[in-house]
Ligand binder design. Structure first.
Ligand code: HEC
Length: 211
């Protein structure tokens, strides 16, 4: 039998570059074997995929990312509620009015939080309006300086409202509700912001006795 030498072998001997016969848009391919090191990593990756797939999905050796995320969220929520419980246990109306809201550092921290998160809806002067030239534009929030407390004016009640957002039965103010700030702010930050509000309108809280 007449053994045809392979095109590649023949060309290699002559040091020529071998091209495959097909052509597309004037582009041709080299006809060359991939280097062994490349092929080994390629086959190795396929084997590794099968091994890992079996270990990861068919055994309980590894936790999947869904489980890991869930565990982390549970841990964070536990830490958060522990912190809230601690803060609530150490706080009361009297402390907020007579200790926190008289502390310049606490008020400054509360003001910073208020300016960052609350002014867009309640206004920098708590009036829930924005003064633009001669116009007063109403903002979405309730005024906090009108001496009316829709959800109760006790400091701890205000704390709760900010922490938990509008109660479910509230239809909101022009349809807008308060969000759950406990997701964003720590209990300490909420206590500071309540202290800031108290310091701006102390007359609303003058009936709270010092312990
Ligand atoms: C996106 C707009 C928005 C932002 C931001 C916002 N609020 Fe409100 N807030 C509202 C609305 C709307 C209400 C009225 C809720 C209702 O009637 O259910 C409200 C109600 C309140 C009340 C109750 C007022 C009352 O009369 O009892 C307090 C206190 C309050 N917000 C504090 C804050 C604080 C503190 C922040 C910042 C951490 C803040 N709000 C950020 C929209 C906002």
């Amino acid at each position: 039998m007449n053994q045809q030498p392979k095109r590649g072998d023949f060309a290699k001997e002559k040091g020529e570059i071998v091209l495959r016969e097909h052509e597309y848009d004037g582009i041709q391919e080299y006809d060359q074997k991939l280097p062994n090191w490349w092929l080994f990593t390629f086959y190795g990756a396929i084997v590794w995929f099968v091994v890992l797939w079996v270990l990861y999905y068919q055994t309980n050796l590894f936790k999947d990312s869904h489980q890991l995320v869930k565990e982390q969220i549970t841990a964070i929520q536990k830490a958060k509620s522990a912190e809230l419980e601690k803060t609530l246990a150490s706080l009361n109306d009297s402390k907020l009015v007579h200790e926190w809201a008289t502390n310049a550092q606490v008020i400054a921290a509360g003001e910073a939080t208020f300016l960052t998160y609350c002014t867009p809806c309640h206004g920098a002067d708590l009036s829930a309006t924005l003064t633009a030239g001669t116009m007063k534009v109403p903002l979405p929030g309730l005024p906090l300086n009108d001496h009316q407390w829709k959800f109760g004016g006790k400091p701890m009640r205000i704390f709760q409202l900010i922490n938990e957002g509008s109660p479910p039965e509230s239809t909101g103010h022009n349809g807008a509700k308060m969000q759950v700030w406990g997701q964003t702010l720590s209990p300490k930050q909420i206590a500071e912001v309540v202290s800031y509000i108290i310091s701006k309108i102390p007359e609303d809280f003058k009936d709270i006795p010092a312990n």
